[in-house]
Design a protein around this ligand. Sequence first.
Ligand SMILES: [Cu+2]
Length: 288
Amino acid sequence: MLLALLSGCSANSIGDRLGGFGWPRHGITLQAHKMYDMWIAATIAALVVGIFVWGLIFWCVIRYRKRGDNLPVQTRFNMPMEVLYTVTPVLIVAVLFYYTAIVQTDVDKLSAKPDQTVEVVAFKWNWQFNYRDAPGKDARTLASNLGSSDVIPLLVLPTGRKIRFEETSRDVIHSFWVPEMLFKRDVFPGSTRNVFEVTLDREGRYVGRCAELCGTYHAFMQFELVVVSPERFDRFLAAKTGGASTQDAMAAIGFTGDERFAVTTRPFDTRRDGQSWNQSGDSVAAGK
Ligand SMILES: [Cu+2]
């Protein structure tokens, strides 16, 4: 009952007040908010059950503590009791299953006509983001942002539009992960394309990472998600399709100086040419 009540209305605000119960707050997609509400409601339901059980245990410990050497009445086969503790857990599991299925279906849902399709190409050890004119393998790439050892790839996207991601890898299995989306999905090589959609609802810059151990420089395989208004996104894409570099296109929508590059992470040189590297990723002469 609690789960049903809470997931309907204010799980989000209750959860915020209680610190999110360990779940990262402030997801940046509509899908993330639904998963967050699900987590809060399920945790509150679990706490209610937990407090009830702890209460019963303490009540029994105190009420029926040992008072003498006579054995208390020994009861066997209490049918109502047995039915109760079979039916109640089944009901709890059924309710949890129901809401999990609802939220999962919603998060996995693909729209018939997404507003923007992005092909995510992962490779050892970087990312390429292709802005496509339609979903599907036969669509045309309008513009690309490619990462290198010198530049973190930027994935610039608008708020309020349905973004479809189509993932493919050139070599091994990687995983596309932006922590603030509260979501990650593996990127497979070959013909299997993982596809999912999100609608972003908060502007900002967020680090993205590979979340599947893919080789020596897996830890350096990072990108940055730049969420801007739809109007600025349109100008960015127009600049890119017009042949501008990613940094020039960033400048065209008002980012200046170092803001034209990633601000949440920085490149790590994955070329190895006799140099060694200190902890902060800066090159130091070999042998020092
Ligand atoms: Cu990877």
